[in-house]
Design a protein around this ligand. Sequence first.
Ligand code: FPP
Length: 234
Amino acid sequence: MDNEYKIPNHVAIILDGNGRWAKKRGLKRSMGHKAGFDTLKKLSKYIFKKGVKTLSIFAFSTENFKRNKEEVDYLMDLLVGKFREILKQNNNTKILFSGRRTNLRDDVLNALEQMEEETKNNTECVLNVCFNYGGKTDIVDAAKKIAEDYKNNLIDINDLDEEKFGKYLYNSIPDIDLLIRTSGEIRISNFMLFQSAYAEMYFPETLFPDFKEKDFDVALDVYNKRDRRFGGVK
Ligand code: FPP
């Protein structure tokens, strides 16, 4: 059975290279994000069709607020105006929003919370949208919630273990099996630090707008060649 082709349960993608994709074509950075969105739409459909149950995407980091206002506004508008297209095509998908709910425009927060509410009973697969997200803040905010529960006598600190800690994160989701970062950058840039503890990592050179279904197939082949031991011996 060990030779069976494995489909990772949880895939996470750092969608990188939109800006360089646009620059290469003499376009504005926002056009790179538009092309990235179109890629994400097709790719998410394909990834779920392949049997992946959870897909996490790094759509906007807390640090991305350092970009100029025009670019930040474009990304916010994209989320409010277009993200539902992804929902419509991926039937029975539950949307989760991972990130700080402060400092976001009202319409952005409403769009994310509405999509979460509307899809909360969906069971086929999960699309975890990391927006205004940072891996360190995810852990720090969890620690604050734990301290609050401790103060109110709701938890016994001696009972706290990795599994229980994980439930205090923005969302309680399984560990990442395959983490992909496009565009050739080899770092995880504060993305899902707790959940990527044993993730297999793959760093293709392709810029995100060019990352198509066939490129995901290559990622799956790479994943299947990895020997996952989780610290043990085989
Ligand atoms: C990083 O590329 C990409 C982002 C900061 C945004 C990713 C967003 C999408 C793919 C669109 C879908 C998401 C939303 C908001 C609906 P970069 O701009 O850092 O590229 P560069 O490193 O080449 O400059």
